[in-house]
Design a protein. Structure first.
Length: 256
């Protein structure tokens, strides 16, 4: 039995389906884990979410979803100004358009996301989380770190049980062994032993025109496959996030 793990899809529904076909995914035999960020930025967020809802209903024992920062922003968007502004900067408009074309609203799915997209997944020989990890025990990590953090994994300080992550778009899948050294780039199209410890990032920036990567695990080994991504955004939103965070921090100080 194969376990297939796919990173950030971001509304790239067509690329996602193409990747499943390329790896000959069989829903009655394979297990599938999606690492979150199903929506935003790309053009088909509605289709992607509805695929996940249908698959979860039909195949719940073999299909697992992790909550990403974009799902978390949907859950939090009515609570804080900073979250609302950041969500708009990182792809909310594309999601609103996708759902509006289908006469629907993404907010209608908040209960489903809450119930079906936990923050982490524990499996045999590995675990999954969307963003970063510091402590081996998931409960000792903050929600901010597990769902939103970009920096911790790149520091290469984690050496606990193998954790597979997405969130940070890289040029190639990268393994972080906890040595504080630069991450190790991993090759596509060859079987290799699955590491026992460290963090392994498989977000390869599909929505930025790079790749959508699948990690296939079987009998203690892994294999990496990909399809080309679609150029739906240029990644410039990161500078706006920094501006928004500074603005909200100053606004908060002025309130007191």
């Amino acid at each position: 039995m194969r376990t297939i793990i796919i990173g950030d899809i971001h509304g790239c529904y067509k690329e996602f389906i193409t990747l499943l076909r390329k790896i000959k995914y069989k829903k009655n035999q394979d297990r599938l884990i999606l690492l979150g960020d199903l929506m935003d930025r790309g053009p088909f967020s509605y289709e992607m979410l509805h695929w996940a809802i249908k698959w979860k209903k039909e195949n719940s024992e073999r299909f697992f979803l992790i909550r990403g920062n974009h799902e978390q922003m949907i859950l939090e968007q009515s609570k804080e100004l900073e979250t609302r502004l950041i969500w708009r900067a990182v792809g909310k408009t594309a999601t609103i358009r996708s759902f509006a074309k289908n006469k629907d609203r993404v907010e209608n799915y908040i209960p489903w996301i809450t119930q079906n997209m936990p923050v982490y997944h524990i499996d045999n020989g590995f675990r999954c989380v969307h963003a970063g990890i510091q402590e081996e025990d998931f409960e000792k990590n903050s929600l901010e770190l597990l769902v939103k953090d970009h920096s911790w994994s790149k520091k290469n300080l984690y050496s606990g049980k193998l954790t597979i992550i997405g969130h940070t778009p890289l040029e190639a899948p990268t393994y972080y062994d906890g040595s504080k050294n630069p991450g190790i780039l991993l090759p596509y199209h060859e079987w290799n032993p699955l590491p026992e410890k460290g963090a392994l990032c498989i977000d390869t920036g599909c929505v930025y025109g790079r790749k959508l990567t699948a990690m296939i695990i079987k009998d203690g080994q892994y294999y990496l496959e990909y399809v080309p991504g679609g150029q739906y955004t240029d990644g410039s939103s990161e500078k706006y996030i920094k501006i928004i965070k500074k603005f909200c921090a100053v606004r908060e100080r002025l309130r007191f």
